[in-house]
Design a protein. Structure first.
Ligand code: FAD
Length: 292
C-alpha cells in the first residue's frame, strides 16, 4: 500500500520507526524486535538506512519481512550522499523486485571525510537529486522526504531551507516526515510557513519518546531540537531513575501526540527505536482516539 493512501484517508495515523542492526551478529535480535512492533499493526513502519550506508543491506530485508509477515505497509529509507548513480539504480531495481512501494529519499548525514573532500566527486549533493533519479527510473514508488521544523542545521536560514524543501516536493516528493520535535508550537508555526510557501503535501510529525537520559543526549546530537522547560524539568527530576524516566517520556510523547491530533495534525510517526514496549504503551494510550 502507498503511504499517501494512508496519510490521506481521513483517519489519524500512528506509525513507528525501526532501525536495522549495525552488524550481522545481532540481526535476529533486531529483526525480532521489529516484528514485535509490527504485531501492533501500526499504520505503517519505516526502516532507516544506516549512516553512510553501513547497515543498508538489512533495510530492505527487514522492510520486506514486515510486509510479508504482518501485512504492515513499510517505508524504506534510502540515502544518497555516499552512493554512485549506479548504486542507486541497483537499489531501485532491488526494491522493485522485493515489492517495496514506499521510499523515504534522503541525502544522509555528511561524514568528516565527505566534508573534507568538498564532495566534488559525489554523484549526489542533495536529496532532491535522488528524488529526481527515482522519478526518472519510472519505478512506481511513493516518495517521501525529510523536513526540519527548527531548520536543517546546515541551512543559512528558514527561507532558504523552505525554498529547498519546495524543490523536493516539486521534484516528486509526495509527503514529508519531520525531524523530531519536543515543542508542538514550533511545529504549528513551521506548518503555517510551509503552507504559505505553497507546500501542500501531507506532513507526518516525528515524535521521539525519551526513555533514558542517554536518549536525550543522542536525540539532541541528531536533531538540535529545542527542549521546552517542561521537558528539561522532567529529565532533571527522573533522569537517574530508569523506570521513572521511561514512564515520564512515554507520557510526554503521548501528550504531545494528543495535542497534535486535537490541533488537526492527522499523521504522527514515532521514533520507536526498536522498543516494542514503548511503541505498545504509546499505542495503548491512544487506543480510543485511534479506534484500536
Ligand atoms: P536535503 O533535503 O538534501 O537537505 C540537506 C541540506 O541541504 C538542508 O540544509 C537543505 O536546506 C540544503 N539544500 C537542499 N537542496 C539544496 C540546494 N539545491 N542548494 C543548497 N542547499 C540545499 N539519515 C540516515 O543516514 N539514514 C536514515 O534512515 C535517515 N532517516 C531520516 C528520517 C527523517 C524523518 C529525518 C528528518 C532525517 C533522517 N536522516 C537519516 C538524517 C538525514 O539524512 C540528515 O538530516 C541529512 O543531514 C539531511 O537529509 P535531507 O534528506 O533532509 O537532505
Amino acid at each position: 500500500m502507498k503511504i499517501t493512501d494512508i496519510l490521506n484517508n481521513g483517519k489519524y495515523s500512528l506509525s513507528f520507526e525501526v532501525f536495522p542492526p549495525k552488524t550481522d551478529t545481532n540481526f535476529e535480535v533486531v529483526k525480532n524486535a521489529t516484528f514485535e512492533i509490527a504485531k501492533l499493526l501500526p499504520s505503517y513502519m519505516s526502516v532507516t538506512y544506516g549512516a553512510g550506508g553501513g547497515t543498508s543491506k538489512f533495510t530492505l530485508d527487514i522492510a520486506k519481512s514486515i510486509q510479508e509477515k504482518y501485512a504492515v505497509p513499510t517505508l524504506a529509507h534510502l540515502t544518497c550522499v555516499s552512493s554512485t548513480k549506479d548504486d542507486v539504480k541497483e537499489k531501485i531495481e532491488l526494491m522493485k523486485k522485493l515489492g517495496i512501494e514506499n521510499v523515504l529519499a534522503l541525502r544522509g548525514d555528511l561524514t568528516e571525510e565527505l566534508i573534507k573532500s568538498g564532495r566534488d566527486n559525489c554523484d549526489y549533493k542533495y536529496a532532491v537529486d535522488l528524488i529526481k533519479d527515482i522519478k526518472d527510473s519510472k519505478a512506481d514508488f511513493c516518495i517521501g522526504g525529510a523536513c526540519y521544523p527548527e531548520v536543517h542545521p546546515e541551512s543559512k536560514n528558514r527561507v532558504e531551507d523552505i525554498k529547498h524543501l519546495k524543490e523536493k516536493v516539486d521534484a516528486g516528493c509526495e509527503f514529508l516526515t519531520t525531524q523530531m520535535v519536543f515543542d508542538n508550537d514550533l511545529l504549528y508555526n513551521f506548518i503555517y510557513k510551509i503552507r504559505e510557501a505553497g507546500i501542500e503535501v501531507p506532513i507526518v510529525v516525528g515524535i521521539m519518546p525519551i526513555t533514558t537520559k542517554n536518549t536525550v543526549k543522542r536525540a539532541l546530537e541528531l536533531s538540535h531540537s529545542f527542549l521546552p522547560k517542561k521537558f528539561i524539568t522532567l529529565v532533571d527530576k527522573f533522569g537517574d531513575d530508569e523506570s521513572a524516566i521511561k514512564q515520564a517520556g512515554i507520557i510526554y510523547a503521548t501528550e504531545q501526540i494528543v495535542d497534535l491530533y486535537a490541533n488537526g495534525i492527522q499523521n504522527v510517526h514515532v521514533y520507536s527505536m526498536n522498543k516494542p514496549d514503548v511503541a505498545r504503551k504509546i499505542q495503548e494510550n491512544l487506543s480510543d482516539i485511534l479506534g484500536k
